[in-house]
Design a protein around this ligand. Sequence first.
Ligand code: GLN
Length: 279
Amino acid sequence: MKNIKRILAAFLACAMIAACTACEKKDETTSSTPVESAAVATADTATKDEAAGEIKFATEGKLTMATNASFPPYEYYENEEIVGIDAEAAKLIADKLGVELEIKDMEFGSIIGAVQTGSVDIGMAGMTVTEDRLKTIDFSDSYAKGIQAVIVKDGSDIASVDDLEGKTIGVQESTTGDIYATDDFGEENIKRYNKGNDAVAALVSGVVDAVIIDNEPAKSYVASTDGLKILETSYADEDYAVAVSKDNKALTEAINKALKELKEDGSLDAIVEKYIPAE
Ligand code: GLN
């Protein structure tokens, strides 16, 4: 019942790619999902594509990526620099396109608008492919699998997703955790935060009873905070992909081609393994 929307979203994401390998349940510790990329037109120069025309860049010579850098291990600050799976994968994509990578950090809820208006070229932020988002932007092929997880305090009486009924749930604003939980448990039970860490801090201080957030950041928050645990049952299974403007089909095709190569030569797996070592 509650899961119908998520199942549909997962199906839709799978339908976008040639093979449905992304739907297979995988070990949560490896987020890279090898998927067959749709054939793309051959690009014999770095920035041209025969079928879809020329790639447009917000700033010439640069691939400008919008992200929300409080989402470890996909994007977070190490000293002054934004690092993580998305940051490194985007760098390899930019290299293949023959341009520099520039990362712009913003609120998660601003990323789609920035992609849509063309102030950035791509959104890469552990972003889930959803039917609603596909109405306003395009997504590349999926490059990783996401899971919406539930974090509670040790000793909490919440043992499964069904126990969330009537509880106060913390989410990161505009994320799928926010969208689905609002739908399932009611606006009045949801508290929204700009950053995942703020939602977790609210859980620690007892303002919320649970946090619904992507599984890898959840693991990282739980590892760095005493007294929290992740429920064994997940809330939703998702696919992450790169957001691109609907007016930049050539860029989506070039990214799909780059992703296919990075999957085939093992570079994407190597990045994932660096940030999410297999247990
Ligand atoms: N995967 C979630 C979404 O797309 C959250 C992403 C994030 O917080 N960076 O909504």
